[in-house]
Design a protein around this ligand. Structure first.
Ligand SMILES: NC(=O)c1ccc[n+]([C@@H]2O[C@H](COP(=O)([O-])OP(=O)(O)OC[C@H]3O[C@@H](n4cnc5c(N)ncnc54)[C@H](O)[C@@H]3O)[C@@H](O)[C@H]2O)c1
Length: 270
């Protein structure tokens, strides 16, 4: 079965960056698209670029931090298209700084979007996928920071590790139900995430003083385009891959982490 032609893909954080690139890649394969984002204008700009008839794109202003908002998104998508098949829980924000300097508002803001946003997507859409009994795929956007703890990204890492754990569990649980689960774990992608994360931060969760900008050591590795990430997501959906890795340099970093854990079983450590 073609995973994209005639299927319906819902993409949170579809107002730009990786979400917009996934929308374009899925649309090019014949999927109908539902974009969801807090930034309604950005979403409309993305919708206008998609190679689809107007009737095949739906834009729903959505705040993934609110379960009711994501439930509304699921209801609107299902009503318009009669079903949903590919769910990309992709909306996310980036926060930077040493854990010792993190404010409670940093934790709340980061977790509310990156962690609770994904949980709400699963809560709202998984019952629909199961009830439809027509396969489908969930793509949760985590990060390389969800696979390896990094300096300056502790709060962000905590939110993304949670998404990886949730996705690994879901992958096992849904395999027999014909629903694929992938977790997208890129290193740096050329998007406006840093500026968007400052702009989208609710006033009640803002810190006094200037926003922390990323330190050079928080940003290692090459920078790739969102289109390249989207191409890998398409392949992962087709193959039902769990992990979507995007940068060749990830291999050595992941190997070092596995080796460090493996060493703990050597006789001198055990
Ligand atoms: N850019 C990178 O280097 C990178 C690396 C690894 C992982 N990621 C992850 O990729 C995902 C997409 O990020 P991006 O880089 O494309 O950035 P982006 O800022 O271009 O896209 C994120 C989108 O999410 C939307 N958003 C923010 N809060 C929201 C909310 N509460 N409800 C609904 N929408 C909301 C923003 O308006 C924006 O359009 C994020 O989860 C991010 O953590 C990005």
């Amino acid at each position: 079965m073609d995973e994209f032609r005639g299927r319906v893909a819902v993409i949170t954080g579809g107002g730009g960056g990786i979400g917009a690139a996934m929308a374009a890649a899925f649309a090019a394969r014949g999927a109908r698209i539902v974009l969801a984002d807090v930034d309604a204008e950005a979403m409309e700009r993305v919708a206008a670029t998609l190679p689809l008839r107007r009737t095949e794109v739906l834009t729903i202003p959505t705040d993934v931090t609110r379960l009711e908002s994501v439930r509304g998104l699921a209801a609107a998508a299902a009503e318009r298209f009669g079903g949903v098949h590919i769910i990309c829980n992709n909306a996310g924000v980036a926060t930077f700084g040493e854990v010792a300097d993190a404010t409670h508002a940093d934790w709340q803001y980061t977790m509310s979007v990156n962690f609770w946003g994904v949980v709400h997507g699963v809560e709202a859409f998984l019952p629909l996928l199961l009830a439809q009994d027509a396969g489908g795929h969930i793509v949760n956007t985590a990060s390389m920071a969800g696979l390896v703890g990094m300096r300056w990204l502790g709060v962000y890492c905590a939110s993304k590790f949670a998404v990886v754990g949730l996705s690994e569990a879901l992958h096992r649980e849904l395999a027999d139900r014909g629903i694929g689960v992938s977790v997208l774990c890129p290193m740096i992608v050329q998007t406006g995430i840093n500026e968007n994360s400052v702009r989208n931060r609710p006033p009640s969760l803002r810190n006094p003083g200037p926003d922390v900008v990323p330190a050079a050591e928080a940003m290692v590795g090459g920078v790739i385009a969102p289109d390249e990430v989207a191409r890998r997501v398409v392949r992962a959906i087709e193959r039902k891959d769990l992990y979507v890795l995007t940068h060749p340099e990830q291999r050595e970093i992941l190997r070092r982490r596995a080796t460090r854990q493996d060493r703990m079983f050597e006789p001198d450590r055990w």
